[in-house]
Design a protein around this ligand. Structure first.
Ligand code: SF4
Length: 105
């Protein structure tokens, strides 16, 4: 695995800090990530983002953008178990169609 230079590390830390700051405000995050929904859809997505842990908001935005099936499955499983990563790993519902695809956190 390639090691990061100190400049790359500093840039990654700067981006992580900016993303973390952005995740605190769901409206700004939606705008920054390019979510184009309007009206009722936008209101429902915004409310969902407000109700979840800040650390999961970017994942959900990726899912809402429709560009990542993996993000969508992760987001759905997290929603299913009340946003507790550990519970997804412990899921005991083999009858769920997503069971074989559930993420291991
Ligand atoms: S696999 Fe388990 S955690 Fe994921 S959606 Fe299905 S029941 Fe919920």
């Amino acid at each position: 695995m390639k090691r990061m230079t100190s400049d790359q590390r500093a840039e990654a830390q700067r981006k992580a800090a900016a993303a973390s700051k952005l995740a605190k405000d769901p409206a700004k995050l939606m705008e920054a990530m390019g979510l184009q929904q309007s009206g009722e859809d936008r209101r429902r997505i915004f409310n969902r983002l407000v109700d979840m842990p800040k650390t999961m908001r970017r994942l959900f935005c990726r899912a809402y953008l429709g560009r990542s099936m993996r993000a969508a499955v992760k987001a759905h499983c997290l929603m299913c178990v009340g946003y507790d990563r550990k519970e997804v790993s412990l899921c005991s519902s083999p009858e769920c169609p997503l069971y074989p695809y559930r993420p291991v956190f």
